[in-house]
Design a protein around this ligand. Structure first.
Ligand code: FNR
Length: 361
């Protein structure tokens, strides 16, 4: 572990972690993590959508202690929360994804490992005690993607999460203005060759910009793992994903880092879960910062959420221990929100919890 937690008394919320994390980064790295595309309207919208939610308390329900356990793709999670795929955890802590894997394992929550992880799949797998999924970017050179998938599968990863909202990277003005380049020596540990120092320049030359739904069949040919798609934001794309036979959908606008002006994920979630109609699990990410946000996402039909930037804040503040504490904090907040809304289990949530009507399919 790289550092000790500051006085625990200062860290009661994920927002406290964000404040404490800032001093652990140089400006360029902080902006790379915190920033979004364009004028950051979508980044702000994700947070604002959760801020607008008002939960319906319910009393004398006899609910007892809330049960947060969730089963997804045949595996039990201690809560409906997983760590979102993010490049280079090594920016936040030298141990990078190895520390995150230990933290997620301690919390009983899965970790989605980015194609651009700063540590090898094998070392992450060795540290993990909860499910690992691989986030896949599909490169123009399919053999590179194929090798990544095969390696992860051999290392024991349990699912593939194909990111479909990035034919190129969004225009992230903070990075452009900072001339952001990865610190010397920081490389994607599972890729060889190439100049990765500028993430957006690399994506422009290497990512396949012309993918279509047939990529799902291709992934099924190269791997027997379940395939989820991440980056679905419309009901029509959700229906197309179901037709393509995916094993799960992640409603995501990439944390506001891709199409600036896209709606908040929470706002499109109910329509998408209604369109999917239970055909496969639906997860959501973007702007989740409190247990109450997790409950709101579940109420609007999500089976689970992914947590992004806050996990890097936890890592930066306290390494493995910081990330583990942060995951425990949001899980504990979820338990509190469930208790005060009379919600006995994650399966027993619904739109009435947030004062909404069920969506017509
Ligand atoms: C990301 N995200 C991302 N997504 C992905 O599919 N592959 C990746 O390599 C990355 N890398 C990445 C790096 C950093 C620094 C951030 C902040 C985000 C997007 C991520 O998976 C997720 O969609 C958002 O971060 C969720 O929003 P919040 O929780 O950060 O608001």
């Amino acid at each position: 572990m790289s550092s000790e937690l500051p006085k625990a008394a200062a860290l009661f919320t994920l927002a406290d972690y964000e404040t404490a994390a800032k001093k652990h980064f140089d400006q360029g790295s902080w902006d790379f993590i915190a920033g979004g595309a364009g004028q950051e309207r979508t980044l702000a919208a994700n947070l604002a959508a959760f801020d607008r939610v008002r939960l319906q308390s319910r009393v004398l329900t006899g609910a007892g202690l809330p049960e947060t356990k969730t089963t997804l793709l045949g595996r039990s999670w201690s809560a409906p929360i997983a760590v979102a795929p993010m490049a280079y955890h090594t920016l936040a802590d030298p141990e990078g994804e190895v520390a995150t894997a230990r933290a997620a394992g301690a919390a009983g929550l899965p970790l989605v490992v980015s194609t651009f992880a700063g540590r090898t799949f094998e070392s992450i797998a060795e540290a993990a005690t909860a499910p690992l999924w691989l986030q896949v970017y599909c490169f123009r050179d399919r053999s590179t993607t194929r090798r990544l998938v095969e390696r992860a599968e051999r290392a024991g990863f349990e699912a593939l999460v194909l990111t479909v909202d990035a034919p190129r990277l969004g225009r992230r003005l903070r990075d452009l203005r900072n001339g952001f380049r990865l610190p010397d020596g920081m490389v994607p540990a599972n890729l060889t060759g190439g100049d990765y120092a500028s993430p957006s320049a690399h994506a422009l030359t290497e990512f396949d910009p012309a993918l279509d739904w047939s990529v799902i069949d291709w992934l099924r040919e190269v791997s027997s793992l379940p395939v989820l798609v991440k980056g679905v934001m419309s009901t029509s794309d959700a229906r197309a994903a179901v037709r393509a036979g995916v094993d799960g959908i992640v409603v995501s606008n990439h944390g506001g880092r891709q199409l600036d002006g896209a709606p908040a994920t929470l706002d499109v979630l109910p329509g998408i879960t209604a369109a999917v109609g239970g055909a496969c699990p639906v997860l959501v990410d973007g702007g989740i910062r409190r247990g109450a946000d997790v409950l709101a996402a579940l109420a609007l039909g999500a089976d689970a959420v992914l947590l992004g930037r806050p996990v890097l804040h936890g890592l930066a503040v306290g390494g493995e221990r910081g990330a583990a504490h942060l995951l425990d904090l949001i899980t504990e907040e979820l338990v509190e929100a469930m208790a005060l809304t009379g919600t006995p289990s994650v399966a027993e949530t619904g739109p009435s919890l947030v004062g909404a009507e069920p969506e017509a399919a």
